[in-house]
Write a protein of this length. Sequence first.
Length: 875
Amino acid sequence: MADLRLLLLILVLLALCPLLALSLGNAIMERSAAAEAAFQNALSAMRLIAQAPEQASQHAERMLAVLALAPEIRARDTRACDEIFSALLQSNPEFADILAMTPEGLVFSSGSQQAQDIRRLYLPLLVDRNPAAEFGWVGTLDGRSILLFAHPVKDARQGPVALLAVVLDLSAYGRAFEKANLPPGSSLAMAKSDGTLLYHSRATLGWNIGTLAGEQFSLFRDLLTRGEEANATGTGMDGVERLYSVKRLHIGRGMDDLYVRVGIPLRAIYADVDRRLWRNLLGLGGTGGLVLLLTWLYGNRFILSRVARLMDAAQSIRQGDFTARSGLARDKDPFGELAASFDSMAEALAQREAERLSHMAVLREKDDRIQALFNATTDSVILLDPDGIILAANEIAARRRKVTPQEMVGTRIFDSLPLEVAETRRIKLEKTARTGQPHVFDEEMGDRIYRVRLFPVAGPDGKTTHLASFSRDITERRHAERELVKAKRQAEAANEAKTQFLANMSHELRTPLNGILGMVQILMDSDLDADQAQSLELARQSADNLHKIVNNLLEMASIEAGDVEIVNRPFDLAEVVDPLARTFSVQARLKGLDLRLNMAPDLPGQVIGDPFRLRQVLTNLLGNALRYTPKGSVEVELRTAEDQSGLADKNTLRLYGAVSDTGIGIPLEAQKHIFESFELAEHYLNKRYSGSGLGLSIARQIVERMGGHIRVQSAPGQGSRFEFTALVSLPGQGQDAHPHPLADLRPKRKRNLRILLAEDELVNRMFASQVLGRMDHSVTAVTNGEEVLQALEREAFDLILMDVQMPVMDGISATKAIRDGHSACKTPGIPIIALTAYAMESDRDRFLKVGMDDFVAKPFTVETLSQAIHRVAPS
């Protein structure tokens, strides 16, 4: 109640504040008006006082100019001059004296009849002055502050004969100041610009006329910088604060500036205003006291007692008694309406309390179910605040720590963790709270491994208020993963060993195959009878079949190792189809089969893709068709696919290819796995046709890498149709519309080359030497890389055919020595072709990276070797 009573009194005081503000504002405006009036009075008085010396100086200058022409003065007639000057002083009371001096400064006539007394008084003023020129002077002389105006008197030849002067006593202007009717305590001062005080109306109080000092001089200098006239307030030499006005006087040529300053006491300016302000404040205070008394009495009787009853009822409700009421609802005034509203509110609160208790019962039931679910999970679940204080925990979390969930609440989670784990957990908690992002990490504690997941819980403002920690024991799973990784590494090692084995086997098979096929080619070019030619052809076909099997094995190994890449470049589709006709037409003719290769006329002549891989797919399919077709025909079809949907852009084209035959067909059961590795349509014990079971698997994986699909349609005895699709691109603007990559394979001009052949196998060395000799090239053969370097030191060569696997020094080491300049080779940039039985795609890349220029795999044909030479050898 005391606070409410104080509030009423404060309200009354606040109501009186506008009146107080009005009185103060009015006083401020009156003080401002009084100050402005004082400023104007000071300016008026100052201008009035300043007007007299300015007019006197002008009058003196004119009068002296006239007197300078008088013959009596030119004759320096003392008596005549005294009479003239005396008469002029009587008619000009503002002048203190009129003088005539010799050019040296000796007074010989004075209007005040004091010439003899002041004969030498003005001598100091003429020091360093030209007596033939006018001048003015202001200052203190013989105890008086004077203004002096001097004018020369010249003879007929313009020589100086005398000097006239008019003297004005500055103290005479103090009498005009006293008549200005300014407030008591006002002051008048005259001073020079350097602060020299010439006159002060308060000097009668015992002050000495001298130089202004301290605050007075600073105020005076500040006023001088503001122009001809200026106003300011400051403290005088008597300690009285005054309003000052300053004016610059223009009183003569060559004379120091003279300033007049008038000061009016501020206390005199604001005296009437302050008296009215205090009268108003006293009246306002009395009125306020009376109003406060009436408010106190009325408030206790009609307001505070009723408010007390409302407060008692509210206190009872706060303590839980929702039956409490005010008992004032019957009053017919605003308080009665307030009491009625209060009682209605109390009734509503009673009803809401009943509803709250009902809802609390429901919430407790839900909380029990949530807690049961909380404890049912196999994870350790903990609710934390951002500082790591545990707010709730389930049974699993408590069981790990060998405590109860209730004992965990309020503790720091870091206290139950090992020191090294606690620091990591603290960093993770801080990061989750700061970023608002969940974090998942693993922790090892002893011999157990836990997967910890931290999730931020945001409040209504989006800031993280809580953290939920889920911890799962993943020890067994981690052990299983490690075993899986171990098994995976073992499998990769086995696969790597298999790949290495295939590469080595390829090398060991290709090396003798190269000699066999090479010698067969040489023999077939010699004079043979029909039986010998047929026998050699059969030997060549058998070697070719073995070569194809080796190639398929290597291709499959490359695919499984992930070394097969699709290399896109512009090419003509004829570049893919034409070699097929040349390669397989002889085989088809020997078997009596009709081979047809059909390219749709609407196919673009030039596309962007991998011609080698596309040709490889068609070769595998066409080879199988010819192998499994005893009679009839084989047809190859290449056209644009009818379905062009789902493409990346308008420059992408889906090609359709098909190989059909009238062969033996494939059973339906075999079609399910025909595209798997090493799968054949026939059982290996009773198979009638040769084959490794790799061609279709290779074709499928290449087609899929080219963005297409492959399928088969077949029935036993009715032939087969293999269909596939592949994605290529159409050339965009600015690309060559008719590039012919095979153009580089054709020799532009035949040239005999000096070739260095590095080959350790005798048969291969003989075959390669004979082939190169038939090409009209000069051959020097060596057996290892060291001999290559020695040969290069002795003579220059145009080309090196480098075997890779050689004794003493292999081909890769020799190539590095040549390219790095570590040998005395005369031509370190000499073209080098790898001539090797290592034929996997990864091998090719490895050879090119060490500095070789091209790659020819064994066994090679004469045409293949010739094309490689023309690609790298200089024209």
